[in-house]
Design a binder for this molecule. Structure first.
Ligand code: COA
Length: 433
C-alpha cells in the first residue's frame, strides 16, 4: 500500500490512539529529549481511562504526572534509570527500579519485558514514507519493533537524524500530530572543583582519542578543558551542547576514528535547541540503538577510546556505587559498565570514574572504607580503571588492594585523609607512607 494512504488511515486524535492501551499493560515510552511528553501528559489528564498501567522508561525530562500520588491504581512507574522527576515516586514505593545494562534493554523487550504499547516521538514522514526517531533511538526503536501497539507523536520540531534511526510508517499503528519544542537540558554552571576534575581528566586524553562522556557537570567540565586538543572523536551513549562547541572550534573532527570514521555515534541526546538544530539532517551524526553503540564488543572497536563517567561513592578496593545512596536508588547503571568494559577490551582504551572528593557540601567523603549499607556496586573492583577527583588521579587497574587503597586515599579530601589512613594501617598492617 502507498505510504501516504497508510499514514492518513492511521492518523487520529490522541483520544482514539491512547484509549487502545489495555488495563494492566506495559507502556514503554521514549525518553530524554525524545520523550513524547504530549502523549504522556494526555494519559495522565485522562487517568480514569486506565487501570494498573505500567509506564516504563529511562531518563525523563518531562513532568512525570503519572508518578503523582493521585495516580495510584491508574499508573505505576517502572524505571530503567531513575531521574530527578521519578526519584520521589520510586523512593516512596509508587514506582520500581529494574537493574539492567543499557546495551541489554533492547533485548529485554524481546523476552523478559514484553511491551504492550510503545509511545514514541518521530519526525513527519520523509519522501520515502520513513519517520526518524531523531534524538532517542537507544531502546525506543526496539520498543516500537516489539510492541503490540505503537503510538507515535509526530512532531515537526523533532530533528531528522541518520544512522539507524528510521521506522517505516507501516510499523506504526497510530499517528498523533502534535508540534512542540523538545525538552531542554541547560549546560551546567561549573564550580572550581568540577573545573579541576575536568582538567585532571583532560590530562589523560591525547590528540586523536575517541571519547564517551556521561551526563552532567563533570562531562561539561572535561569538554571545557579540551579546547587545545586536536582531532578528537565521539562514540558515546549520549552527548550534549559541549560537544557542538568543540566541533565548531575544530577540536572534534572524528577524522582519526577507525571505527565509524567521520561520524559522531550516539544513541540519545539531551541539551538545548542549539544541539537539536546541529544534529538535524547532519550526515556526521549517526544515531543507533543502544544494543549497538553500547555493546562492549562494539565499543572495543574504537582504538584509544576514553570513557568518562561519574560516581557517588567508591570504597578503598575500587568498588564504585554510581546509582544509589545506601538503599535509595537515585539513578541507574545506564551505560557506565557497558563503556568501562568496552574500553578495557579496546586497543589502548581507558575508562575514568570522575567525581568530587566529597558530597553534601563537603560533609561526607565519597572515598570510603566501605560502601554504605544497601549501596549497589555499579562498577566492580575488577572493572574499575582510573578514578579522578579534584585532588588528582588514581590508576587502579592491575593494582593490589593495598596499592588501590593508597592511591585512592591520595586523591581523597584532606579533611577525611587521616581517618582513611587509620583504616588503611589497621587493614593492611603497615604504615601509610
Ligand atoms: N553520600 C551522600 N550523598 C551523596 C553522595 C554520597 N557519597 N554522593 C552524591 N550524593 C548526593 C549529592 O549531594 C546530590 O544531592 P542533591 O541532589 O541533594 O544535591 C545527589 O546525591 C546527586 O549527586 P551528584 O554527584 O551531584 O550527581 P550528578 O548529577 O553529578 O550525577 C551520578 C552523578 C553518579 C549520579 C551520575 O553520573 C550517574 O547517574 N551515573 C551512573 C550512570 C552512568 O554513568 N551512565 C553513563 C553515561 S550517561
Amino acid at each position: 500500500m502507498n505510504w501516504k494512504k497508510i499514514y492518513s488511515e492511521r492518523l487520529m486524535s490522541p483520544e482514539q490512539a491512547l484509549k487502545q492501551i489495555p488495563d494492566g499493560g506495559r507502556v514503554v515510552s521514549g525518553h530524554a529529549a525524545g520523550e513524547p511528553t504530549f502523549l504522556l501528559s494526555y494519559m495522565a489528564e485522562h487517568k480514569e481511562w486506565y487501570h494498573d498501567v505500567e509506564i516504563c522508561h529511562m531518563v525523563s525530562l518531562g513532568k512525570n504526572e503519572y508518578c503523582r500520588e493521585d495516580m495510584t491504581g491508574h499508573f505505576r512507574h517502572n524505571a530503567l534509570f531513575v531521574g530527578g522527576g521519578t526519584r520521589k515516586a520510586v523512593k516512596e514505593g509508587r514506582g520500581d527500579y529494574t537493574p539492567c545494562f543499557f546495551y541489554e534493554i533492547p533485548r529485554l523487550f524481546e523476552s523478559s519485558l514484553p511491551v504492550d504499547a510503545a509511545l514514541i516521538s518521530v519526525t513527519p514522514p520523509d519522501q520515502n514514507g520513513k519517520v526518524s526517531l531523531g534524538v532517542s533511538v537507544d531502546y525506543t526503536k526496539a520498543a516500537a519493533k516489539n510492541a503490540k501497539l505503537v503510538i507515535a507523536q509526530v512532531n515537526d520540531q523533532m530533528p531528522y537524524t541518520y544512522g539507524d534511526s528510521l521506522l517505516d510508517v507501516s510499523e506504526i499503528d497510530c499517528f498523533v500530530e502534535h508540534s512542540a519544542p523538545l525538552p531542554e537540558l541547560k549546560p551546567s554552571v561549573l564550580t572550581k572543583v568540577e573545573k579541576d576534575i575536568g582538567y585532571n581528566c583532560a590530562s589523560l586524553i591525547n590528540d586523536g582519542d575517541t571519547l564517551q562522556l556521561g551526563i552532567g557537570a563533570i562531562p561539561d567540565a572535561v569538554l571545557l578543558s579540551l579546547k587545545y586538543k586536536k582531532d578528537l572523536g565521539i562514540h558515546s551513549e549520549m552527548f550534549s551542547d559541549g560537544v557542538v562547541e568543540l566541533v565548531e572550534a575544530g577540536v572534534i573532527t572524528n577524522e582519526k576514528k577507525k571505527f565509524l570514521p567521520d561520524k559522531m555515534a550516539a544513541n540519545f541526546l539531551m541539551g538545548t535547541k542549539r544541539l537539536y538544530d546541529f544534529v538535524d539532517h547532519n550526515k556526521n551524526v549517526a544515531m543507533y540503538p543502544a544494543d549497538y553503540t553500547n555493546d562492549p564488543v562494539v565499543v572495543a572497536k574504537n582504538d584509544r577510546i576514553v570513557c568518562i563517567n561519574s560516581s557517588v561513592q567508591i570504597d578503598l578496593m575500587g568498588q564504585a556505587c554510581s546509582e544509589s545512596i545506601g538503599l535509595t536508588q537515585i539513578s541507574g547503571v545506564g551505560g557506565q559498565v557497558d563503556f568501562i568494559r568496552g574500553a578495557s577490551m579496546a586497543k589502548h582504551g581507558i575508562s575514568i570514574l570522575a567525581m568530587p572528593s566529597t558530597a553534601k557540601k563537603g560533609t561526607v567523603s565519597r572515598i570510603v572504607p566501605f560502601l554504605d549499607e544497601g549501596a549497589a556496586v555499579t562498577t566492580s573492583r575488577n572493572d574499575i580503571d582510573y578514578v579522578v577527583t579534584e585532588h588528582g588521579i588514581a590508576h587502579l587497574k592491575g593494582k593490589t588492594l593495598r596499592e588501590r587503597a593508597k592511591a585512592l586515599i591520595a586523591i581523597s579530601h584532606l579533611v577525611f585523609r587521616e581517618e582513611l589512613i587509620g583504616v588503611y594501617e589497621e587493614r593492611f598492617h603497615c604504615k601509610f607512607e
